[in-house]
Design a protein around this ligand. Structure first.
Ligand code: ADP
Ligand code: MG
Length: 246
């Protein structure tokens, strides 16, 4: 089989905050349509890694190439690259004074120069896709956490990204709302989206991930299929972590 397109290439990435070395040497290729789940204990550098991928954090050393753009090169227009990378956080960060639909229309109108009509049509389509069509005109404070997060996903999709990054998207949700958000993510994965997901939802990782990467102490400790890493972990640190979260 021909090589699948590499969407994200990371080599020898290091990131320090002052004296604290958080990412010590991370190399990873992420291919088009691949769903990668990052697991690891709190403080292991998962969020920092995701944030380096769209330069919310600047790498201290190493190279990151996204869609052929070297984002560790100062001359690269990071805003252009970011338009292709959607990010969903634990906290939804919706604009409280804007309706659901307005939240979704904002970036395409401001950054992609879409007309309001186009952005509205696209926004409504996306709201349908995440099961939130009937909430288009309400304000975020009227929504449950799960609904807010589905809107946040639709908002990220409004820029037509070809990579989506998720940082613990269900960690702040009441348990009964986790499933509705994971289902939206599952559908995205099935549609072929390239996704990097930090989550402690091991069942989701087993079902949806093409690859599971276990990080600890700023390194990738082990990686492989869910079967390999979750069912048959080899490293003591992975086993220890899974025993705590399973
Ligand atoms: P994880 O997402 O795996 O829990 P993080 O990437 O958030 O881990 O954090 C890894 C380490 O980096 C932690 O020790 C954290 O305190 C530290 N850290 C993260 N962001 C910053 C920052 N902006 N300034 C200083 N230290 C930070
Ligand atoms: Mg984190």
């Amino acid at each position: 089989m021909a090589d699948k397109t590499v969407k994200v290439h990371v080599s020898n990435l290091k990131k320090s905050f002052g004296k604290l070395e958080v990412l010590k040497d991370i190399s990873m290729d992420i291919h088009e349509g691949e769903v990668v789940v990052l697991l690891g204990p709190s403080g292991s550098g998962k969020s920092t890694f995701l944030r380096c991928l769209n330069q919310l954090e600047i790498a201290t050393e190493g190279e990151i190439i996204v869609d052929g753009n070297n984002i560790t090169d100062k001359h690269t227009d990071i805003n252009k690259v970011r338009e292709n990378i959607g990010m969903v956080f634990q906290h939804f960060n919706l604009f409280p004074h804007k309706t659901v639909l307005e939240n979704i229309m904002l970036a395409p109108v401001e950054l992609k120069k879409m007309t309001k009509e186009q952005a509205k049509e696209k926004g409504l389509q996306l709201l349908k896709r995440v099961g939130m069509f009937d909430k288009a005109d309400v304000y975020p404070n009227m929504l449950s956490g799960g609904q807010k997060q589905r809107v946040a996903i639709a908002r990220a999709l409004a820029m037509s990204p070809d990579i989506m990054l998720f940082d613990e998207p269900t960690s702040a949700l009441d348990p009964e709302m986790v499933g509705e958000v994971l289902n939206v993510m599952k559908e995205l994965a099935a549609d072929g989206m390239t996704m990097v997901i930090v989550t402690h939802e091991i069942g989701f990782a087993r079902e949806v991930a093409d690859r599971v990467v276990f990080m600890d102490g700023g390194y990738i400790v082990e990686q492989g299929t869910p079967e390999e890493v979750i069912r048959n972990p080899k490293e003591a640190r992975t086993i220890d972590f899974l025993n705590k979260v399973l």
